[in-house]
Design a protein around this ligand. Structure first.
Ligand SMILES: Cc1ncc(COP(=O)(O)O)c(C=O)c1O
Length: 403
């Protein structure tokens, strides 16, 4: 590999929840390990890899010029985004007017809902559900109606279209927040699934807020299909939100963007997002995006995909071979593994709290799956060097699942 996905980054004291947050927030963060174990961060969704070198190069280059006043993004900013979506997702016809800045993807999701709904409205989401949606929607006065994803005979999480339709009708739903690829289940939706989903939305006039923050992190050979590209109706009823933050490990820099084709929705979302007076681009984060969406960034992202696929294969094989009663469906995208421990807990007479505590005690800092509506689940972040993944699974074997 040309880029570094093997060095162990020491992030301690370097502005990282992933390591410094451990043991600081019961109910949210994993507990600190017992003496003798170091923490292996496998919870919050950022990566323990250094980003592509062109990102710090671009930031440093800009920072050398000692004035950081008000500014507008250059054409290059829009061109970089347009090129990225063309090369990665096969999108054609995307123009500058369709792209709007958002501080965060979640902020963009809430601005979109504020345009499409009134407070107190019912909004359709799938469960398991990304915890950020649950927190942001309830915090902003929206009522989530959950349609569970159902595992098919091959263990693949699928949408339950009948359940969704019934809930849309019964709850008079006119907006849905759609996670594509899906966190935490790791699904990259196939074309027929997106077609059926968007047709259902069209039938009942449901607007789609499509969170595609994970769309760059795919298994090699898997293709992401933007919701807006599925058909002409979906193009105009969807507000899509993206960011380089998940792909290039830039969450601490802040900076996302929406893509909206419908001119009315463009204006309404831009207005809504502006109301907090704080939805403005940061000059260094803009240069980070420019550094990321370079040829090196494309190459780096391809190597990242290979690295994560290797980690996912290792983790899934290990679980199948060694952890009886533990189930995980292999993610096609994201770097998350959503692990169902129901049978293991039943067989061993343990609660999920006891199981998680056992993981945390030996430094395997996984996340509580209940935050994602997984009653007896853990979520494992696999974006770290393979040696660390192996170490984590050794400890889980010795001290937790086969202790
Ligand atoms: C599906 C999804 N949306 C949004 C976010 C957060 O994005 P932001 O920090 O830009 O609000 C995450 C982070 O994990 C996520 O998984």
């Amino acid at each position: 590999m040309k880029y570094d996905f093997t060095s162990i980054l020491d992030r301690r004291g370097r502005d990282a929840w992933a390591v410094d947050g451990i043991g600081t927030c019961p109910g949210f963060a994993p507990d600190a390990p017992k003496e003798g174990f170091d923490a292996i961060p496998m919870w919050v969704a950022d990566m323990n890899f250094p980003t592509v070198p062109t990102v710090p190069q671009a930031i440093i280059e800009r920072a050398k010029h000692p004035a950081y006043g008000y500014f507008d993004p250059p054409e290059e900013y829009y061109d970089a985004i347009i090129r990225w979506h063309e090369k990665r997702n096969g999108v054609t016809g995307l123009t500058k007017e369709c792209i709007g800045y958002e501080n965060g993807v979640l902020g963009g999701v809430i601005s979109a809902l504020n345009v499409l709904c009134s407070k107190g409205d019912n909004v359709l989401l799938h469960s398991p559900t990304y915890v950020g949606f649950t927190n942001s929607l309830s915090n902003n006065g929206y009522n989530m109606v959950l349609s569970p994803l159902v595992r098919d005979e091959k263990g693949i999480y699928r949408m339950d279209f009948e359940d969704m339709e019934r809930k849309i009708v019964e709850n008079r739903i006119h907006a849905t927040v759609f996670c594509s690829p899906h966190n935490p289940c790791g699904r990259v939706w196939e074309h027929w699934e997106l077609e059926k989903f968007t047709e259902l939305c069209a039938k009942h006039n449901v607007f789609i807020v499509s969170d595609e923050i994970w769309s760059d992190i795919l298994r090699p050979g898997v293709q992401h299909i933007p919701t807006q590209s599925v058909n002409e109706d979906a193009k105009y009823r969807t507000i899509a939100v993206y960011a380089p933050s998940k792909t290039f490990n830039l969450a601490g820099l802040i900076g996302s963007y929406h893509i909206i084709y419908c001119p009315r929705l463009q204006d309404r979302v831009a207005k809504e997002s502006s109301l907090c007076h704080y939805n403005d681009m940061n000059v260094l984060s803009m240069h980070a995006l420019l550094g990321a969406y370079q040829p090196e960034g494309y190459e780096w992202c391809d190597e990242l995909r290979e690295t994560i696929a290797g980690n996912v294969d290792y983790a899934c094989d290990y679980i199948t071979k060694h952890f009886e009663g533990v189930e995980a469906s292999k993610p096609e995208g994201t770097y998350m593994l959503f692990v169902d421990c129901t049978k293991w807990c039943e067989t061993h007479g343990k609660t999920i709290d006891e199981l998680e505590k056992a993981c945390w005690d030996v430094g395997v800092a996984v996340q509580d799956g209940r935050q994602f509506h997984g009653p007896c689940h853990i979520r494992m972040n696999l974006a770290l060097p393979l040696t660390r993944v192996k170490e984590a699974f050794d400890r889980l074997d010795k001290y937790v699942f086969n202790a």
